[in-house]
Design a binder for this molecule. Sequence first.
Ligand SMILES: *[C@@H]1O[C@H](CO)[C@@H](O)[C@H](O)[C@H]1NC(C)=O
Ligand SMILES: *[C@@H]1O[C@H](CO)[C@@H](O)[C@H](O)[C@H]1NC(C)=O
Length: 499
Amino acid sequence: MLPQSLLSLITLAAVVAAEPLHVPLTRRSSPLRRDNAIDPERLSKARDFLQIRYGYKALASTRRRRAGQTVGIATINSNVDSSYIGAISVGTPAQTFNVVLDTGSSDLWLASTDCASCSTVPQFDPSKSSSLQQPQTTVGQSSTVTIQYGSGAVAGTLAQDNVNMGGFTVNPQTFLVVDRMTDGLLDSQTSGILGLAFEALASTRAVPFWEALINAGQFAQPEMSFFLTRFLDDASATASEPGGILTLGGTNSTLFTGDIEFLNLSATDTVNDATFWLLEVSSVTVNGKSVTISTGTDALAAIDTGTTLIGGPTDGVQAIWAAVPGSQALSGQMEGFFAFPCTTTVQVSMSFGGKSWAISTDDMNLGTVGDGLCLGGIFDLGLGSNIGSGSGNPSWVVGDTFLKNVYSVFRASPPSVGFAQLSSAAGGSGMCRSLLLELFRKPHQRFLLLLLLLLLLVPKRARYPLLQMRYQLLRRLITIHSRRRCLRLLLTLLTFRLL
Ligand SMILES: *[C@@H]1O[C@H](CO)[C@@H](O)[C@H](O)[C@H]1NC(C)=O
Ligand SMILES: *[C@@H]1O[C@H](CO)[C@@H](O)[C@H](O)[C@H]1NC(C)=O
């Protein structure tokens, strides 16, 4: 009995030889949690924002670089995994701001000093840039643009100026200088959004920053790659933490292991056809069991770094939560969300036609909502009304809840999205077992690891229930996603063992 359990434990570890890594991104205050409890108002705002963005009805420094570069940019994890932001500088002299890195939209906008309601965030002062210009507009085209969100809107005037990120410069880049913004749209350390999807989606009709760089031959590879950190499982996390690495112009091989699995964008043959970064959800499993979801055009998913959670169609989301014993749909302000008993672990995996990618159970649990229930990371985007295909809207929006678990590559040509296993260098996001396998690399070290695990597994009095309890504990331990927590727990266990 014992050797077999242990063997499966070790095999498990050997099979999933992932190597996660650590990198600097930063984050702000959590829209989702305050003092570890859910803030329904902020959460429902986040949902409305998302629903409007995808067309669903809501309830209520200028260094110049030579061509062909690959640059890693440290990002910020804002508000405990709520958004991932990065710095851009705009104008002459350069004004620097944090913006949401958003593969789910295609416009660049900044809150400006002309915006009275933007006083809570750092503002762009157009009057202080000597290089700012008004773009030429064609007949019938307005220089004022409004972008509507569920919880409000931004409006402003088109402008052109030099925009720099990580040493890459687009000059001129068209963007929106926002003079009206609904309160609370941005948190206090973010000044706007940098859209990283395709031109066809842009309300400003401008060529997005990243596409302009590719057109100008500035990227070594036509790719943008993300490693996103996780702090949801860290009670001591602050509103601004390292967010991971955005690599412009290629990938960073220290951040993933194995091959990158590229999947062609759905119904996209060329960059001109593309809007969102769209893949098709091919399967979803919950705690190892497959659930039935709609397929084909009803399964289109936008792969969206700018969205915190995962939103899906009513039938699919209901099927997922139906597979979790004791789960229930929430109502009122929380309509569209689901809760489950906090004592349950919910392990969801998703596939887009290739490998199935596991989502950490930490990402699926957003915190308590009372009565021993915890809020789930997948919500109903359709709010009870299944929106049919043909509307051009993705049925799924696959946000950071999923993307924290993979290294993701957004490739313009051929248009595709790639996923790979995070390396243990991708620090916060690696599993404990990957860390252990990395620390114990050589055969004799692996033997030591086996002994160590045996030592931890077998209690002083080897009674079966005790063994089983320890086995469960150890199994849980090695699937923990935080390097820090992994080592701390192992040390604690070992200390108690030796005492
Ligand atoms: C790749 O990531 C590692 C780890 O964060 C970092 O030290 C290195 O500078 C990155 N390389 C590039 C080219 O960005
Ligand atoms: C993906 O697209 C490329 C070019 O557009 C094509 O050559 C390739 O066969 C496609 N792959 C699959 C699996 O369809």
